[in-house]
Ligand binder design. Structure first.
Ligand SMILES: Cc1ncc(COP(=O)(O)O)c(C=O)c1O
Length: 386
């Protein structure tokens, strides 16, 4: 390793999801349930919108926080989740990823403590390391809800500067229960810390009522809401995300964002604005299809006698493989080599999740069916060999 690499960069790790995704490419004929992007095309209204923006030569820098029209769309859109931010409290970013790094850079000093879920999207730990932050994982209960008592104890012991929440969750598919969020609200109110709530899957949600810590106005100065359009509009490659927070914090965030990227891609900002409302109609259809698949995948896994929670959001499901007594990486490698189907080893989301594998059901029904048939075969062979 080169001596020129900084300590923080040395400390970071390649995403286990990506590592596995790359392995799949090397196995001919392998099916993959690894990806974190919807298998639908970008809504036609947004595609047309981006083309129109190019034709209109909207190819210059925009204002650093992004075009006012799209920030106004987002402000209106968030109201359907009972979340209130004005256009001045919104900054458009280069995907949810830049939103996260931007927020971390703005609020965390090296040596600060950051709480993240024990089973979580790999960026939180690694973006924390990028800042030289001490990352502490907080436990989740069997339903992947916050373990409130444990969280309170950790906060008391460590006095963290911030915590990350991710509901609907990648990789668990869990959403927050009202009782849990009420307790969390009390904790945040009583403690001097910030909550970074990553709700990039908010529109892929299968329950009636949506609960978010960002709905509580009385702790608004402690909340930073991170989201984006990669999932809701199935446009991961367009790289458009956003941050919402109070004006006071936002001014500092925009400063960091300005020197990181200047602004999000101009034609994507305009195109998303032009196609916004029609895009949401497509998003609704996508959500209904995801729900149908969720039901199918869940039933299949239950029939295989795997211990699994029914997801209420996102497009992931996280069954336990504990009964096979095998590290998740070995399980997934063997599944890939022996049955040609790829799923992500739980270890990619933290040491505590080694007893799980993550399936993404962002794949058509035919692919899901064949992949699950192969998993079933693999599992029954493992059971027989016991
Ligand atoms: C929970 C979560 N947050 C943020 C992101 C990053 O989103 P983007 O692709 O818009 O950078 C992802 C992507 O998979 C994610 O799953």
């Amino acid at each position: 390793m080169s001596k020129y690499i900084s300590d923080n960069a040395k400390d970071m790790e390649f995403s286990g999801i990506r590592k596995f995704f790359n392995k799949v490419r090397e196995v001919e004929g392998a099916l993959s349930l690894t990806v974190g992007q919807p298998d639908f095309p970008v809504p036609p209204s947004i595609k047309e919108g981006v083309k129109r923006a190019i034709d209109e030569n909207k190819t210059e820098y925009t204002a650093n926080p992004g075009i006012i029209e799209l920030r106004e769309d987002i402000s209106q859109y968030l109201k359907k989740f009972n979340i209130n931010y004005s256009k001045e409290e919104i900054c458009l970013t280069v995907g949810g990823s830049e939103a996260l790094t931007c927020v971390f850079t703005t609020i965390l000093n090296a040596g600060d403590k950051l709480l993240i879920p024990e089973i979580s999207y790999p960026a939180y730990e690694n973006c924390g390391k990028m800042r030289g932050v001490e990352v502490i994982r907080y436990p989740l209960d069997d339903e992947f809800q916050l373990d409130i008592k444990a969280l309170e104890a950790l906060i008391k012991e460590h006095k963290p500067k911030a915590m990350v929440l991710c509901y609907p969750s990648n990789p668990t598919g869990a959403t927050l229960d009202i009782s849990v969020i009420e307790e969390l609200h009390k904790i945040i109110k009583a403690n001097d810390m910030v909550v970074i709530t990553d709700e990039i899957y908010s529109d892929i949600f299968y329950k009636e009522d949506y609960f978010s810590i960002a709905q509580y106005e009385d702790i608004k100065e402690k909340i930073i809401y991170v989201s984006g359009f990669s999932k809701v509009f199935s446009m991961t490659g367009f790289r458009l995300g956003y941050i919402c927070t109070t004006k006071e914090l936002m001014d500092a965030i925009v400063k960091v964002h300005m020197y990181m990227v200047s602004c999000a891609v101009s034609v994507v900002q305009y195109g998303t604005h032009y196609g916004f409302n029609e895009g949401l109609v497509e998003a609704k259809k996508m959500r209904e299809e995801f729900k149908r698949r969720r039901d199918y995948v869940y039933e299949r896994l239950i029939n295989m006698k795997l211990d699994v929670n029914k997801p209420e959001g996102a497009f992931y499901i996280l069954p336990s493989i504990a009964r096979f007594n095998m590290p998740s990486e070995e399980f997934c490698e063997r599944l890939l080599m022996e049955k040609k189907v790829a799923m992500v080893p739980g270890i990619a989301f933290g040491k505590k999740s080694d007893k799980y594998i993550r399936l993404s059901y962002a794949a058509d029904m035919e692919t899901l069916k064949i992949s699950l048939d192969r998993l079933e075969e693999f599992i029954s062979e493992l059971d027989k060999a016991k």
